[in-house]
Ligand binder design. Structure first.
Ligand SMILES: N[C@H](CCC[C@H](N)C(=O)O)C(=O)O
Length: 289
């Protein structure tokens, strides 16, 4: 006898340079986007369900090609996700939700424009803000950390390390967690990036992500954050290739409006691969009721 389940949800699993997402066409409103924390946190649990860094609902919008709701793995909704946005744009094009390879969609952070070229997706970000350079915080350990902060759609703090060995050996989970919950960044918290500048157009990064509460293999808004604060400090210039923990490279393009305070950035773009991994149906027996 085939087991009947109350509800099966068709979804697509995608990866944006190692940052992975469950994407659902929710134009029929099957899922109540305002009350889906339990569903999201259930299906994003690795080994116990599908597993992902986040879940994306695609919905209708009266003015642009579509709107999205983005949820971190813990079920909390976030304003923006760079890698998720690249995956959502390619999903929309592949599904015919967007009729052309150039599109626009609505996020909490604002309207995102996207350009699809096969697996390569380039998105225009919302204007970054709240740039703060060279401040110090205690985060455990011997001496205070020198930090940079910028909001690239979501909040990011950056700590530059001296060399590759320091980046490879960085205690991203524990230091990331300490800074993510540091009182200085409350109530919103922050994502935490450890970065090594190799050259003006080349940076490596590792990111502890708010809402995933772990290091991820890539973070789009985090890669943008390290490129922009490095530029603000005179260490980088557009375009910047950012090597992520997955080994894949994200490319950041931007214009710097001035070289003196207050440094401002505009025309910020994020480019990288967005790949379909599989499509399947979710059986609701793995959901936490
Ligand atoms: N975890 C982030 C959202 C996703 C950011 C990241 N996955 C990206 O590609 O930008 C936050 O809650 O601020």
């Amino acid at each position: 006898m085939e087991i009947q389940f109350e509800r099966r949800i068709h979804f697509t699993k995608m990866t944006g340079s190692g940052n992975d997402f469950i994407i659902i066409d929710n134009r029929d409103q099957l899922i109540d986007a305002d009350n889906c924390r339990g569903l999201v946190s259930s299906v994003c649990r690795r080994k116990l369900s599908v597993g992902a860094d986040g879940l994306i609902l695609i919905e209708n919008d009266p003015e642009v090609d579509f709107k999205w709701r983005f949820f971190n793995a813990d079920g909390g909704e976030a304003e923006m996700c760079g890698n998720g946005a690249r995956c959502a744009a390619r999903f929309a094009y592949l599904k015919g939700i967007a009729s052309k390879p150039s599109m626009a969609f609505r996020t909490i952070a604002g309207i995102i424009e996207a350009e699809i070229k096969n697996e390569r997706v380039k998105i225009r970000m919302t204007p970054p803000h709240s740039l703060k350079l060279d401040f110090f915080l205690e985060a455990g350990g011997t001496k205070p950390f020198c930090l940079q902060f910028i909001n690239t759609g979501v909040p990011h703090v950056v700590h530059f390390v001296e060399d590759d060995a320091a980046l490879d050996s960085a205690d991203v989970f524990n230091l990331g967690r300490t800074l993510r919950y540091h009182s200085h960044f409350q109530p919103a918290g922050t994502n935490v990036n450890f970065a090594r500048v190799h050259a003006p157009h080349s940076i490596s990064v590792r990111t502890y992500e708010r809402g995933v509460e772990d290091e991820t293999l890539a973070c789009g808004t985090g890669s943008i954050a390290v490129a922009l604060v490095a530029s603000a400090k005179g260490l980088a210039a557009s375009p910047v290739d950012v090597k992520t923990r997955s080994g894949e490279t994200l490319t950041i393009y931007f214009e710097k409006s001035s070289n003196h305070d207050p440094v401002d950035f505009r025309e910020v773009y994020l480019e990288g691969d967005a790949k379909v991994v599989y499509e399947a149906e979710l059986w609701d027996e793995t959901l936490i009721q």
